[in-house]
Design a protein around this ligand. Structure first.
Ligand SMILES: Cc1cc2nc3c(=O)[nH]c(=O)nc-3n(C[C@H](O)[C@H](O)[C@H](O)COP(=O)(O)O)c2cc1C
Length: 322
């Protein structure tokens, strides 16, 4: 079940995706605890690091419990990307430096010409990856999309350049930038990339449970799968997929008691790290995610999205799950 990125042994094939505003240290710890073999931290801006932006630097916070961890960086300028990678190498205890070449949001992909915008410029991709690989010792990985749009699906070409530049692995989110998060991930793109390169390929897009993870692994022959949205409010997904891949076991979904305890644990660990106020703001999203699929929870969802204190948060949950 294990695989390697550079010299780093990853104990299984299930990986937590980088998700801005979500994949912070508490969430990564929960994901590792429940069986993710590797966790990605949300993207940080190259210029944010270099200009000493306090918020950006705080995003680098991590603990040894969550290792192995990959820290992602985004940007479009060769010089600042290399300097940012060196900054991460020096100031973070992460195990991997990952470069974002897939982010579709206008602020990143259009305004900053970073993220998925780089897919339009394979030469630039080569330069950024090869320069970073020369300057840092940690393994460098890259996360790409299928291409910019349907007319320019170039993941195979880009993946070959990334391998040539010395990267240690590639993640392919098998959607184009134009697709955003709509439509379906195209497993044939992941398969084609896997056939084209020798470094490990991590498949990404629409894995939601054991069967969908198995399908992606078997059909594309990718080395591991990355889970994003299906992990929101659902750290149990990692143990469920691991069990299914091992011998087809279907683990029961968490009980209401487990969900309640997890919500409180998640809240407390966010509050320890960022203070009660920020924890409340973040739990306004996480709370409703934890309640997905639970009947008669719409009033609670609304209450959680408006809570102002820890005491209120806990009393709403306790009243509902009583
Ligand atoms: C809230 C959110 C934030 C995201 N932030 C990032 C990010 O910081 N870096 C990145 O490479 N991808 C980011 N993504 C994309 C995911 O890593 C992943 O590629 C995408 O959600 C597809 O996987 P899924 O179908 O398992 O969700 C984000 C996705 C979501 C939903």
């Amino acid at each position: 079940m294990s695989f390697k990125i550079g010299n780093l042994e990853i104990e299984n094939k299930i990986i937590l995706a980088p998700m801005a505003g979500v994949s912070n240290s508490p969430f990564r710890i929960l994901s590792r605890t429940y069986g993710a073999g590797l966790v990605f931290a949300e993207m940080v801006s190259d210029k944010g690091l270099l200009f000493n932006n306090e918020k950006t630097i705080k995003l680098l916070y991590m603990t040894d419990v969550e290792k192995p961890m990959a820290q992602q960086v985004f940007g479009s300028d060769l010089k600042t990307m290399v300097e940012a990678a060196m900054y991460i190498e020096k100031n973070s205890n992460c195990d991997i430096i990952d470069i974002n070449m897939g982010c579709p949001v206008p602020k990143v992909a259009i305004k900053a010409q970073a993220g998925a915008s780089l897919m339009k410029n394979p030469d630039m991709i080569y330069s950024i990856v090869s320069e970073i690989v020369k300057k840092v010792k940690k393994p460098v990985t890259v996360k790409i999309r299928s291409g910019w749009d349907n007319q320019s699906v170039n993941a195979v070409e880009v993946a070959k350049r990334i391998e040539e530049a010395g990267a240690s692995a590639i993640t392919v989110h098998a959607r184009t930038r134009a697709q955003g998060y709509g439509g379906f991930a195209d497993l044939d793109v992941i398969k084609a990339v896997k056939e084209a390169v020798n470094i490990p390929v991590i498949g990404n897009g629409d894995v939601v449970d054991g069967p969908s993870a198995k399908r992606m692994l078997e059909y594309t022959k990718c080395d591991a799968v990355m889970i994003g949205r299906a992990a929101l409010g659902n750290p149990w997904i990692f143990r469920e997929i691991n069990a299914y891949l091992k011998d087809g076991t279907i683990i029961d979904r968490p009980t209401h008691q487990e969900i309640k305890e997890m919500m409180i644990l998640h809240f407390n660990s966010l509050a320890d790290l960022k203070g009660e106020h920020t924890a409340i703001l973040e739990m306004r999203s996480h709370g409703p995610w934890y309640l997905k699929g639970i009947e008669h929870a719409s009033a609670l969802r609304k209450q959680l999205s408006q809570t102002k204190t820890k005491a209120e948060f806990i009393s709403h949950i306790e009243a509902f799950f009583e």
